[in-house]
Structures are given as structure tokens and as C-alpha cells.
Design a protein around this ligand. Structure first.
Ligand code: DGL
Length: 275
């Protein structure tokens, strides 16, 4: 009898940010096998055009599905804001029918719409995510009475990827990026970029205790658990050997060192070639 090989859950980001999401997922669902890919050779995505982001994302999808995944989570808002819909609608049905890709943006929008009391929600994200208006679209779809205020933070991802997430530069930039949102009297703030999880405490300090912070590393694991319960046809394909494999497109000592901090456990990456 042919042995059926069990599959990985793939988790994708342009860099380290998605490791904070993977950490949350692994904590909630430790039994599964996971494969992480960070496109560190080409990070940041957030300052690039939609066409380029789509092309990088499509290459990542090929990598995951050709290397044993049945389900992929885009742990990247920039990829979830525009490319995801095109991948789900056009690319998957043609090239990988039966495989699934999920994003992080809609779960965060749902949580924000549920949490806000004064119907004023703030979003901090990359330029590409803000320009896509995806958070505005998704939150107001759920409740048209909610006002959504966005602030693009182009400098945060490069600073975080450089390992400078504890530095005073982050505090200065956060004041600049968050002030326009607090001036709008928001009561809920979406961290609309997975890299921002690592500076959550600094963000909290600037916006104050009264603002509820929506962090995808807390929201996404719950949504994934629900998804797997509702989709036994996908769940039954997944390996349950607690394997974790890490890939990056640029193999550096920094990826393992910083990646271990973001993931909360020691990691050792292998090189991935995307084409
Ligand atoms: N961490 C990603 C996000 O959630 C992308 C950051 C970037 O590459 O600019 O948007």
C-alpha cells in the first residue's frame, strides 16, 4: 500500500515578523508540523508595488506547495492585503486545487470590529498595506459605522530587521507615527504588520492603557484552530509529528540569532531558492 505522506502548515513572511505569529500558532496548536519561510533577501515588501509583492508571494506559494504543505498562512499583512485575493481566486484553483492559503488581515479586522466601543479604530502598517485600504475595507464591511484611521510606518520594518527594535529610534518613530491616531481618539489599535508584535510594549506606552491593542499573534492562532475544526478535509492531511523547519532566502547568522528571539526558541534556518 502506498504510504501517504503527511503535510506541513506553511507560514510565510518577508522577514522575521511572521515568527511572532508562528510562535502563537505553535503554542495553541503544538501537535502539527510547521514550515516557516522568511524572504529575507528581499525584505521589506511594504515599500514595493502590488505587482512585485504579488510576484514574490506567488514564488513563495510555489516553494511551500512543492515542498510538502497543504495549507499556508500569510503571516504578512502586506501580502495579505492585495496579493492574497489574487492567489486565492486565480492562482490556487488553476495550479494547486485542494490547497489553501489564509491571511492575517481579516482575523485582525474582525477582532478590532468586535472590540471597539467608540467605533474609532486605528491601524499602523506598511505603506503598501495602508495604500491598499484593506483594513478600512474589511472593518467597515463588518460595521459601516466604524471610522478607521491609518498611519503608514515605513521605517519600522527596516529598523526591526536590523535588530534595533529596543533602540530609542523606535520610540521617536512611534511618537511620530502614532500621534495622528491618538489625536483621532481611537480606542482600538490594530498592529497591521507582523513585525510590530516585537515592539508591542513600546507601542502600548505611547498610546496609553485605554487603547486596546489588536495583536495578530493572539488572534490568528484562535482563528486557525476554528478553521481546522471546520475543515476536516485539510486537517486530516496534516502531519502531527511536531516538526519545525525554517527557511530563509538569505542565509545569515543574523536570521538564526534574531529569528530565535522572535520565535522564542532556538532556530536554525536552511536556504530557500525562490523562482
Ligand atoms: N511583516 C510584514 C507585514 O505584516 C511585511 C513587512 C515588510 O516586508 O515590509 O506587513
Amino acid at each position: 500500500m502506498k504510504k501517504i505522506s503527511k503535510k506541513y502548515i506553511g507560514v510565510f513572511d518577508s522577514g522575521f515578523g511572521g515568527l511572532t505569529i508562528l510562535q502563537g500558532i505553535v503554542k495553541a496548536l503544538p501537535q502539527y508540523d510547521y514550515m516557516y519561510l522568511g524572504d529575507t533577501a528581499r525584505v521589506p515588501y511594504g515599500t514595493r508595488s502590488t505587482d512585485v509583492i504579488y510576484e514574490f508571494t506567488r514564488q513563495a506559494i510555489d516553494f511551500f506547495f512543492q515542498n510538502g504543505c497543504t495549507l499556508v498562512i500569510f503571516a504578512c499583512n502586506t501580502a495579505s492585503s492585495d496579493a492574497l485575493r489574487k492567489i486565492q481566486k486565480d492562482y490556487l484553483p488553476k495550479k494547486y486545487p485542494g490547497k489553501r492559503v489564509l491571511g492575517v488581515l481579516i482575523p485582525a479586522a474582525e477582532e478590532a470590529a468586535a472590540q471597539t466601543v467608540n467605533s474609532r479604530v486605528g491601524v499602523i502598517a506598511t505603506e503598501a498595506t495602508v495604500t491598499s485600504n484593506a483594513f478600512v475595507r474589511e472593518v467597515t464591511k463588518l460595521n459601516p459605522r466604524i471610522s478607521v484611521f491609518q498611519s503608514a510606518c515605513p521605517l519600522l520594518v527596516p529598523i526591526i530587521e536590523a535588530g534595533e527594535y529596543n533602540s530609542i529610534i523606535v520610540d521617536l518613530m512611534l511618537k511620530k507615527y502614532l500621534r495622528p491616531l491618538t489625536a483621532k481618539k481611537i480606542d482600538t489599535l490594530i498592529l497591521g504588520c507582523t513585525h510590530y508584535g516585537i515592539i508591542k510594549l513600546k507601542i502600548k506606552k505611547v498610546v496609553g492603557k485605554k487603547v486596546t491593542i489588536i495583536s495578530e499573534s493572539q488572534v490568528v492562532p484562535k482563528k486557525l484552530k476554528d478553521y481546522l475544526a471546520r475543515h476536516p478535509e485539510i486537517e486530516k492531511t496534516l502531519g502531527k509529528g511536531r516538526k519545525r523547519i525554517f527557511y530563509s532566502t538569505d542565509l545569515t547568522e543574523k536570521f538564526d540569532r534574531l529569528g530565535s528571539i522572535f520565535f522564542g526558541q532556538k532556530i536554525k534556518a536552511k536556504k530557500a531558492l525562490l523562482s
